[in-house]
Design a protein around this ligand. Structure first.
Ligand code: LLP
Length: 432
């Protein structure tokens, strides 16, 4: 469910035509629907409410401070993976007791920053990290609470670049070694192992991997307790998938049905770190057609959003629905199936201005004929869109706008050429 819908052949975000937003803020433009964002957070809160989980919105998915503020206002904590993300979470009103810190390469400076702000849980991924954290915490007169991140060694379940629980990836402690590592840390005055963490990968379209994951977690929790670790937290990470093509995703309750009984059995506090499920379908990328052309027997729509704005299609071969914001009367408002040919449509590649053949948003798509100036919407772009954007080709980053009913608010202004070169000019002005 989202709040992007066509009315009288015009795409609306909540109660505002996106064409109006394009006029006001320019393109390319990330447009977010507050109602959709909150709706998806509520779905998770509702599905898991029986065990009163700590839901920590995953900042890496979309760290815009205004969006994080909405999350905090609606009861969410934060999952951060760098000092920069922690800074965002704190700016948004996040409190240390509802923040968890993940990532394979946390530095001593990041430990200090997090401990200074009383971050409640460190998801630790290696033996060295455990000792480094203990050292820093002890030097600050603190004890860091730790969840050991385990790689449960499950079968492949998503794109190889985003599957984090198969053997041989950099994430987590090997399931065979976790007990030895845990034993070695007993008695360390700087760390207290209070939990187990698993993030299985992203996006996951079935509850089955979680079923396998929690079974392994239950076993490990029992063994860690036998060793003397007071395990009270089970952190199952994020990973819940969303609809990109059709209605392929599971509702939150499908995951809850598998995770909740295990949490009850383990008598643990549940932590979840959802990102995509919350924000993915709450955002779209609006762009304007610059040119159309035919080359080598193919049709191209060249529009003003590029791989630097949304890298997912070229990085993971991800599918995003693409459709005109104002389709003409001969075409459906929204096709039933975006992978089918639409009558009267043209097979096109939707590409951007960046100088790489890999710069595309969609390939071989059947779309209504489009002309210069037309607006195109790329859907399901709220997650890992803006947060993975870059300045490649010295393109300024897009603006972001948040819609709430009839009102819209710019939540990130479009970058300027001065933003591009500012850090270089500042450095050049410094003495050698
Ligand atoms: N927790 C941890 C430890 C994670 O590494 C991630 C995502 C999440 C939670 C949130 O996962 P989510 O609920 O959003 O699935 N750039 C890729 C996805 C990378 C995911 C990285 N980790 C993409 O665009 O598909």
């Amino acid at each position: 469910m989202d709040h992007f819908a066509y009315r009288s052949r015009s795409l609306y975000c909540e109660n505002i035509p996106v064409a109006q937003l394009a006029e006001r803020y320019g393109t390319p433009l990330y447009i977010y629907s507050k109602a959709t964002l909150v709706h998806h957070l509520h779905q998770i809160q509702e599905a898991f409410k029986e065990v009163e989980p700590l839901i920590c919105y995953s900042v890496k998915t979309n760290g815009n401070v205004a969006l994080c503020k909405v999350m905090a206002e609606h009861g969410s904590g934060f999952d951060v993976t760098s000092g920069g993300e922690l800074h965002r979470a704190l700016l948004a009103g996040g409190k240390g007791e509802k923040i968890v810190f993940a990532g394979v390469g946390k530095t001593d400076a990041e430990f200090r920053y997090a401990l200074d702000n009383n971050v409640s849980l460190f998801n630790v991924e290696s033996e060295q990290e455990l000792h480094a954290l203990g050292h820093v915490a002890k030097s600050m007169g603190k004890v860091a609470s730790v969840a050991l991140r385990v790689n449960p060694d499950l079968p492949p379940k998503t794109h190889a670049k985003t599957d984090t629980s198969v053997k041989g990836v950099k994430f987590g402690l090997d399931i065979e070694t976790v007990l030895d590592v845990a034993k070695g840390i007993l008695g360390n005055p700087g760390v207290k192992v209070i939990g187990l963490h698993m993030h299985l990968g992203s996006p996951i379209l079935s509850a089955e991997p979680y079923r396998m994951g929690v079974a392994k977690a239950l076993d490990l929790i029992a063994r860690l307790r036998e060793q003397g670790h007071p395990i009270s937290v089970m952190n199952m990470g994020g990973g819940f998938g969303i609809h990109y093509r059709k209605q392929e995703a599971q509702p939150a309750k499908a995951f809850a049905e598998v995770i909740v009984p295990a949490v009850k059995q383990a008598k643990c506090k549940l932590v979840l770190e959802p990102g995509r499920f919350v924000v993915g379908n709450a955002g779209l990328l609006l762009s304007r057609v610059i040119y159309t052309k035919e080359s080598g027997g193919k049709h191209f729509i060249i529009q003003d959003a590029a791989m630097n704005d949304l890298i997912r299609p070229t990085l993971y071969d991800s599918f995003h629905r693409v459709w005109p914001a104002e389709p003409s009367a001969e075409f459906p408002n929204l096709p039933e199936d975006y992978e089918m040919d639409v009558p009267g449509g043209l097979k096109v590649d939707v590409v951007g201005p960046v100088c790489e053949s890999g710069d595309f948003l969609a390939k071989g798509r059947s779309l209504p004929p489009m002309k210069r100036g037309d607006l195109l919407a790329t859907f399901s772009a709220g997650a890992y869109g803006m947060s993975m954007s870059s300045n490649y080709n010295s393109r300024v980053r897009a603006a972001e706008v948040l819609v709430d009913g009839e009102t819209s608010k710019l939540i990130r202004r479009r970058e300027t050429y001065q933003d591009l070169v500012g850090p270089e000019l500042e450095a050049m002005a410094l003495p050698n």
